[in-house]
Design a protein around this ligand. Structure first.
Ligand code: G4P
Ligand code: NA
Ligand code: NA
Length: 189
C-alpha cells in the first residue's frame, strides 16, 4: 500500500535494527485519512469472506480495525489487556508473552461478544513475533468462531510472526512488509 509506505518513510523512526517507531501514524497519533484508506484496503482484500466481526487487541489496532469494520459494515470487538471487574467463566483469557517488552500480559474477550456463528477477521497494526495475534487466534478458536484471516498494517517480515501464522494455515495479508531496518533505513519487500 503506497500511501502507507510513504508515511512510514516520512514519519517512521528507525530506533535499532529491530524496532521502527511509528508513533506518528499508529502508536500515539492517528491520521484519519491514512487510517480510512487502510480500512478500505482490508475491506477490499477480505470482502468475499462474509466477515461478521472484526477483532483486534487494544490499543493501537483499534483505529484501523474500526476503519475496516466501518467499510465492511460489521461490529468491532477489541480484546482487553487488563482484567475486567469480574473475571470468570464468562471470559476467554489467554496469556501472551511480549519479546519486545519483556513481560507477560493477559488478553481477554467476554464470551458475549464472540460466538460460534461468527466469521472473524483479525486486524492488527503491526506484527513482530506475533505472540499477541496468536493469543487472540487461540481465543477465536476456543469460541468456535471461524477465523477468515488476519489483516496487518505493518509486517516486520524479518521476524517470525506473520510467517508462523501463515504456516498454521491462516490467510495473512499485510499492507506493507518490511524486510530489514539495517543501516537506519526502512527496506520494504
Ligand atoms: P508480537 O505481539 O508481534 O509478538 O509483538 P512483541 O511482543 O514483539 O511486541 C510488543 C508490542 O510492541 C506490540 O504492541 C507490538 O505491536 C509492538 N512492536 C513490536 N515491534 C515494533 C516495532 O518495530 N515498531 C512498533 N511501532 N511497534 C512494535 P502492543 O503491546 O500490542 O501494544 P499497542 O501498540 O497495541 O498498544
Ligand atoms: Na503495537
Ligand atoms: Na497492536
Amino acid at each position: 500500500m503506497e500511501m502507507l509506505k510513504q508515511r512510514i518513510r516520512e514519519l517512521g523512526v528507525v530506533l535499532s535494527d529491530e524496532v521502527l517507531k511509528l508513533d506518528a501514524i499508529l502508536n500515539h497519533a492517528v491520521d484519519p485519512v491514512l487510517t480510512t484508506e487502510m480500512g478500505r484496503e482490508f475491506a477490499r482484500l477480505f470482502r468475499e469472506e462474509k466477515v461478521t466481526k472484526i477483532m483486534t487487541i487494544e490499543s493501537s489496532g483499534i483505529p484501523i480495525a474500526f476503519a475496516a469494520a466501518q467499510e465492511l459494515g460489521v461490529p468491532l470487538v477489541f480484546a482487553r489487556r487488563k482484567k475486567p471487574l469480574n473475571t470468570d467463566a464468562e471470559t476467554y483469557s489467554e496469556r501472551v508473552p511480549s519479546f519486545t517488552k519483556g513481560f507477560v500480559t493477559d488478553i481477554m474477550v467476554s464470551k458475549e461478544f464472540l460466538s460460534e456463528h461468527d466469521r472473524v477477521l483479525l486486524i492488527d497494526d503491526l506484527i513482530a513475533n506475533g505472540a499477541a495475534a496468536r493469543g487472540l487466534i487461540r481465543i477465536i478458536r476456543r469460541s468456535g468462531a471461524a477465523l477468515v484471516g488476519v489483516g496487518i498494517g505493518v509486517e516486520k517480515s524479518f521476524q517470525a510472526g506473520g510467517r508462523t501464522i501463515r504456516e498454521s494455515g491462516v490467510r495473512v495479508e499485510s499492507l506493507v512488509r518490511i524486510s530489514s531496518l539495517a543501516g537506519g533505513q526502512v527496506h520494504f519487500e
